[in-house]
Design a protein around this ligand. Sequence first.
Ligand SMILES: [Zn+2]
Ligand SMILES: [Zn+2]
Length: 142
Amino acid sequence: MPDEPIFTGGCLCGAVRFEVTPPTKWCAHCHCSLCRRAHGAAFVTWFGVDRQQFELVSGDDHLSWYRSTPEARRGFCDRCGSTLFFESERWSDETHIALAHMDGPIDLAPKAHVFYDSHVDWAKPGDDLPRLGGATGTNPID
Ligand SMILES: [Zn+2]
Ligand SMILES: [Zn+2]
């Protein structure tokens, strides 16, 4: 049986390290206001993976979770502050991982801009990917 490549990643200080077994499910840029504040960035590029394909390798004692809404929580390193993970009842079998924390490329490229009707005016992505939004954050918008 061929070995599948494992994608590895971690926080800024290196305390929290993790592995992802492909295939990943999706990858997208999120423009919602919660991601913006949590990450201190115009938008956040996430990918989703089945929770059983995610494994925390180290840093269990430094990975903290903040409940950002009643149904969702965000995982971060409490030593360096890196904002790493997102889990929600809306996608209860998935862990979402901020792509910027990966050591290298994964098996998917970003496919869309979601929650785009919340985007800021001071950073305009120059790509041709679909801009999605509306009530779900993932409906077509103009
Ligand atoms: Zn850290
Ligand atoms: Zn978001």
